[in-house]
Design a protein around this ligand. Sequence first.
Ligand SMILES: Cc1cc2nc3c(=O)[nH]c(=O)nc-3n(C[C@H](O)[C@H](O)[C@H](O)COP(=O)(O)OP(=O)(O)OC[C@H]3O[C@@H](n4cnc5c(N)ncnc54)[C@H](O)[C@@H]3O)c2cc1C
Length: 298
Amino acid sequence: MYPQPFRYHRPNSVKDAITLLTELGEGAKPLAGGQSLIPILKMRMDEPSDLVDITRIPGLNSISTDNDLIRIGALCTHAQVAMSEAALTIPVLRDCAGGIADPQVRSLGTIGGSVSVADPSSDWPALLFVLDAKIVCQGPEGSRTVGIRDFIVDSYTTCLGDAELVTEIQIPQPPANSGGAYIGFKKAAPAYPAASVAIQLTLDDAGKCKEISLALGSAGPKPIISADAEAILKGNKLTEELLKQAAEKLVAESSPPSDARGSAEFKQEILRSLFLKTAATAINRAGGSNIDGTHDYV
Ligand SMILES: Cc1cc2nc3c(=O)[nH]c(=O)nc-3n(C[C@H](O)[C@H](O)[C@H](O)COP(=O)(O)OP(=O)(O)OC[C@H]3O[C@@H](n4cnc5c(N)ncnc54)[C@H](O)[C@@H]3O)c2cc1C
């Protein structure tokens, strides 16, 4: 199906984009990689009067590191993040970005678009939760920085205000002896994961868990977290027994929908085993191993 007709605008700066979005009002939407928005328009699930194409705005598609902060421009594509210097130092970025869909989607879809759409099945939110990412937003009232856990409010819902744009994603550089992993369970590359697990941890000199952050993706309206599950592991040697206990706590918090990707029970079973596999990769990386992470395919 063709989308309903819309007017197309291509501003050259963030300021112009915000002015346009403000003037055009509710019917106007920003357009980034179009990998979520265009299918929605083609299915006529949304009929905006105006699209404000932000893809040519300079300065929003670079990745840099300063003061222990990795700054990823909102217009960076998944492919760009997967192949970045930052992904060499934090391989979990490559796990996530490089596993999204197929090369076509990865070369157009942007990290800013992914967090803005807040699809509960998408890959970035769970990972950004455990990396303690901050989202920089700019709107008519100026700029503000919001933690990802406050930015994603619910399924397909963020705290973005009218005419507000995501301009940057900031990720703190993990301390020494840290490692992370992100693994999705998918039917095929172009499919969204049926379930996913993100883990970021830091070990102390004795090999015990000093810090840990856990999240499940595609397991509820937004990434599932559990302070109780983290408390089981923090300060302890990460034995299989403790990891299984933490997985149980986390899975108990999840509420995956039964859908074409599997029943809720099936997804929860997958999450248990995916958790152990993801933890093993994160622990090995924290211990200095340079191992590849890869999604699990059915
Ligand atoms: C076949 C297919 C398979 C896919 N598989 C996966 C997958 O496995 N995992 C996954 O995570 N994703 C997947 N995706 C989605 C893909 O990652 C999209 O790139 C992403 O969801 C949206 O990014 P975008 O740049 O394309 O945004 P767009 O589609 O352009 O925009 C999406 C929404 O966000 C808004 N928006 C965009 N950028 C901004 C911004 N900077 N500030 C404020 N609002 C903004 C738009 O107005 C729109 O409402 C898939 C898509 C397709 C078509």
